[in-house]
Design a protein around this ligand. Structure first.
Ligand SMILES: [Zn+2]
Length: 318
């Protein structure tokens, strides 16, 4: 093996045992590559050790390789999973319509009913997200992961509230939300203009419709005083939290892992040393996972207000 360093060329000859040389030349494209890999790594280490510290040829070699050959995909992009056929807009509409009927059947008072509003509201909210996920390309996008994370969070909160079954806790959950609305309304009472997407009248209405604004306490932090991980433990949904929340949270916060997964591809050109290059990759489908979590929420609705048998991914329960 030889190496040249331009004007200050240095040459090295490396002798290999015959067995190793044969193994290198006949590098198996499949099957057992372990013995060959380790001896190649050892030989590379040897070359490194004899190369002079100030050598410039490796850098020049890789620079030339980089400028002189194109990036190539390492492998086919991950296959896009087919969304289970039953998760369709029509199916979601049917389930949502039936839920509205069940809401009517179980709505017993025009007074504030924090439990009823919360149980159905959480379900309607997640069904709406699920339907939006069916938009073209959304399920395999970054937004799909944000959607799934929200559905999981709402599911954990609902299950926790039902497990605790304490009217004060239902009220506390609602008042926290109203307090957040008030906090936002107050921000834009000052010299700060609301951004275009904020409907300030809508927020002010939410702030004032339960009780007079002046009596409302604003809680900072989580509504329950517990983080979602702790809530999931108390709700018996730690597995759901572990399965879905951590990686999708990386997408919400824009940490390196999700950025790397969604915006970079590994180059398969052997002259490019497996570097990354920008590519907007299609990610794995989220719709089916989200639909299962929504179905679990519908089980909770049925538990809280019996008589609701519709599900999205399963056959309608009797
Ligand atoms: Zn490349």
């Amino acid at each position: 093996m030889v190496a040249s360093d331009g004007p200050t060329a240095s040459w090295h000859t490396v002798s290999l045992p015959e067995d190793n040389a044969k193994a290198f030349w006949g590098y198996p494209s499949e099957g057992d590559q372990h013995t060959v890999r380790s001896s190649i790594r050892a030989a590379e280490g040897l070359l490194n050790s004899i190369e002079s510290a100030g050598s410039t040829w490796p850098k020049a070699f890789w620079q030339e390789a980089w400028h002189g050959s194109p990036c190539l995909p390492l492998a086919e992009s991950c296959p896009t999973m087919q969304v289970q056929g039953i998760v369709t807009p029509d199916r979601i509409e049917d389930v949502s319509g039936a839920l509205e009927e069940h809401w009517k059947r179980t709505h017993s008072t025009t007074a504030i009913d924090a439990r009823h509003d919360a149980v159905f509201g959480m379900a309607f909210y997640c069904i709406r997200i699920l339907k939006e996920l069916l938009g073209i390309g959304i399920g395999t996008s970054i937004l799909g992961r944000l959607a799934l994370r929200t559905i999981v969070e709402v599911r954990i909160n609902l299950h926790y509230l039902l497990k605790e079954e304490n009217l004060e806790l239902w009220k506390k959950w609602r008042e926290y939300g109203v307090g957040q609305a008030k906090l936002n309304a107050l921000k834009f009472d000052d010299s700060l203009e609301p951004p275009k997407y904020i409907d300030i009248e809508s927020i002010e209405q939410i702030t004032g419709e339960d009780l007079w604004e002046e009596f409302l306490t604003i809680n900072i932090g989580g509504w329950s005083g517990l983080d979602l991980r702790r809530l999931s433990e108390k709700a018996g949904l730690k597995d759901l939290y572990d399965s879905h929340y951590s990686w999708t949270s990386g997408y919400t916060h824009g940490t390196w892992g999700p950025i790397r997964e969604s915006c970079y591809q590994t180059c398969g050109n052997p002259l490019h040393r497996l570097h990354r290059y920008p590519e907007r990759k299609s990610l794995r489908e989220t719709v089916e996972d989200a639909a299962h979590v929504v179905d679990d929420m519908l089980d909770d609705v049925d538990f809280a207000y019996p008589g609701y048998g519709h599900r999205i991914t399963e056959k309608t329960k009797k």
